[in-house]
Structures are given as structure tokens and as C-alpha cells.
Design a protein around this ligand. Structure first.
Ligand SMILES: Nc1ncnc2c1ncn2[C@@H]1O[C@H](COP(=O)(O)OP(=O)(O)OP(=O)(O)O)[C@@H](O)[C@H]1O
Ligand SMILES: [Mg+2]
Length: 270
């Protein structure tokens, strides 16, 4: 297994991080819209003039696949395993930039577990990704050492959440983890908000869970909900964001509205 020592010694250039906002998109439950939200919020932010880097931190590399990047020359694992600078693995993709992931992130995860300051590796390498307004990190469906690295590198957390009873239980776990990371490693970390995804407003249970959340959770719940929309599920097979695949779909409208709300700007859509 490759050694992670070199990356551990990379200098932290905090100046470059001052302007870039790093956002971890997390939910330890699988299939909750993390990757879909990373790509499409990223694309919508980019179409509002922001320079956006997407980072695929999931060994499944669904984010890379969804942007039709299937066999990149180098990936995030090559950076985290010590050889390359993040600048060497960034790929331009439509109006976005991507740091591709790969299955080798499993090796990274195993290597990191025994490293001192194992939570800081991603923060160190991101310091070299200069000039971006936003770096959105697509996290794996676990609260693993990779997710811990994302939370240590990030200033903000976005939680995509389906309106199901069991997601409420998972939400507590996420909040607890964020709180622990804030206290131990990253005092500036804050939950930017919960994004309601795959929302079916005709379904009574979805409405009830949303009501419960509004009454019991103090974190912001974005008003812009992402509706269930088959075009969002189709877009990855065309390797494009929903905004480039079908700009008039409900999925595109919802992610544009979310980007506007995220930035605190007027939506401007009908
Ligand atoms: N609003 C939506 N409407 C319809 N389908 C959606 C929507 N959002 C996501 N999907 C589909 O649901 C599935 C799971 O979404 P996604 O891959 O974004 O979840 P994830 O949290 O990243 O999953 P994992 O935990 O495996 O990384 C995908 O097939 C995706 O295309
Ligand atoms: Mg995913």
C-alpha cells in the first residue's frame, strides 16, 4: 500500500483558502441525493458566475461517472497518497472543475487510519486549489475517516435529506458528528442547512416528516425543495448536470432556486 507521509508534510497555505468556501455534502445514509446535489448545485452556482470545483471523495466515484469521467489519468487518491498536487488532477468539465475519485480511495481510507493528524490531509491538499469560489465535496455514505477529512476541511455542511421517518434518526447522528468535529478540529464549521430532496408533495408522509422537521430542528431547512424528478436520475447517464441536460426540467428549476437561496440572491425564475 502506498505511503501517505508526503501529503502529510505538504505546507498549509491558508491565504488561498481565505476566499474559497469549502462545503461538505454529507449524509451517512446511502442514496440520499448527495452526489445529485453536489453536481447540480455546483452547476447552478457556476451558472450564477461562481467558479466551482467538485471533489469526489467517495470510492464509488459516482460524481466522476455522472460527469462522464470514467478513466482519468490521475485522481484524488494520487494526491492523498502523496505523489501529486491537486492542481495536476483537476479536470475542466462543462462550466465546472472536477477532482475525480476512484476505488483507490478505499486504500487511502485504510492508510489514513494509522496516520497522525489523519483528519487534516484533505485540508492540506485543498490549500493548493486556488482561485475557486466554492469547493463542493461529495462525501461517501459513511461517517468514515474520509468524511472526517471533509468536515475538517470545510467551513459549511449541507445535508440532503429525504422526507422519510428513518432519515430523522440519521440526522441526529450527523449533527452529533458535526458537533464533535467542530469541537475537536474545526471551530468554524457550521451547518449551512438541510436540503429537502426527492420531495413528493402528494405524499402525506413526506409532508408530515417535513412538518416535524420544521418544528423540531433548529438548523436552517432550505425553502427550495428538490422535487422527485426523473430527469435528475437520467442526467448522469448523459454525463451532464441537470442544467446542461434539460434546463427546463423541474430538477433544473429546483437546483437553480436552491443556488439562488444559498447565495441569498433573487431566484429570477418564473
Ligand atoms: N430529486 C430526485 N428525483 C429523482 N431521482 C433522484 C433525485 N435525486 C437523486 N435521484 C436519484 O436517486 C439515486 C441516489 O441519488 P444520489 O446518487 O445523488 O445519492 P447519494 O446520496 O449520492 O448516494 P450514495 O450514498 O450511494 O453516494 C440516484 O439514482 C439519483 O439519480
Ligand atoms: Mg453519492
Amino acid at each position: 500500500m502506498a505511503c501517505v507521509a508526503l501529503a502529510a508534510r505538504a505546507p498549509i497555505t491558508l491565504i488561498s483558502m481565505a476566499k474559497t468556501k469549502v462545503v461538505a455534502v454529507i449524509n451517512q445514509k446511502g442514496g440520499t441525493g448527495k452526489t445529485t446535489t453536489t453536481i447540480n448545485l455546483g452547476s447552478a452556482l457556476s451558472k450564477r458566475g461562481k467558479k466551482v470545483l467538485l471533489l469526489d471523495l467517495d470510492p464509488q466515484s459516482n460524481l466522476s461517472y455522472s460527469l462522464a469521467v470514467t478513466q482519468p489519468e490521475a485522481t484524488l487518491a494520487d494526491v492523498l497518497l502523496g505523489g501529486k498536487s491537486i492542481k495536476d488532477v483537476i479536470i475542466p468539465k462543462d462550466d465546472l472543475w472536477l477532482v475525480p475519485g476512484s476505488n483507490e480511495l478505499v486504500d487511502v481510507e485504510i492508510s489514513l487510519v494509522t496516520q497522525p493528524e489523519r483528519e487534516k490531509f484533505l485540508k492540506r491538499i485543498l490549500a493548493e486549489a486556488k482561485g475557486f469560489d466554492y469547493i463542493l465535496i461529495d462525501c461517501p455514505p459513511s461517517l468514515s475517516v474520509l468524511t472526517l477529512n471533509a468536515l475538517t476541511a470545510a467551513q459549511e455542511v449541507l445535508i440532503p435529506l429525504q422526507m422519510e421517518v428513518l432519515t430523522l434518526q440519521g440526522l441526529d447522528q450527523i449533527m452529533n458528528t458535526v458537533e464533535k468535529v467542530r469541537k475537536a478540529f474545526n471551530p468554524g464549521l457550521r451547518i449551512k442547512g438541510i436540503v429537502v430532496v426527492m420531495f413528493d408533495m402528494r405524499r402525506k408522509l413526506s409532508q408530515e416528516v417535513l412538518e416535524y422537521l420544521r418544528e423540531n430542528v433548529t438548523e436552517k431547512i432550505f425553502d427550495s425543495q428538490i422535487r422527485l424528478n426523473v430527469k435528475l436520475a437520467e442526467a448522469p447517464s448523459f454525463g451532464r448536470s441537470i442544467l446542461d441536460y434539460d434546463a427546463s426540467s423541474n430538477g433544473a428549476k429546483d437546483y437553480r432556486a436552491l443556488a439562488a437561496e444559498y447565495l441569498g440572491e433573487p431566484d429570477g425564475q418564473e
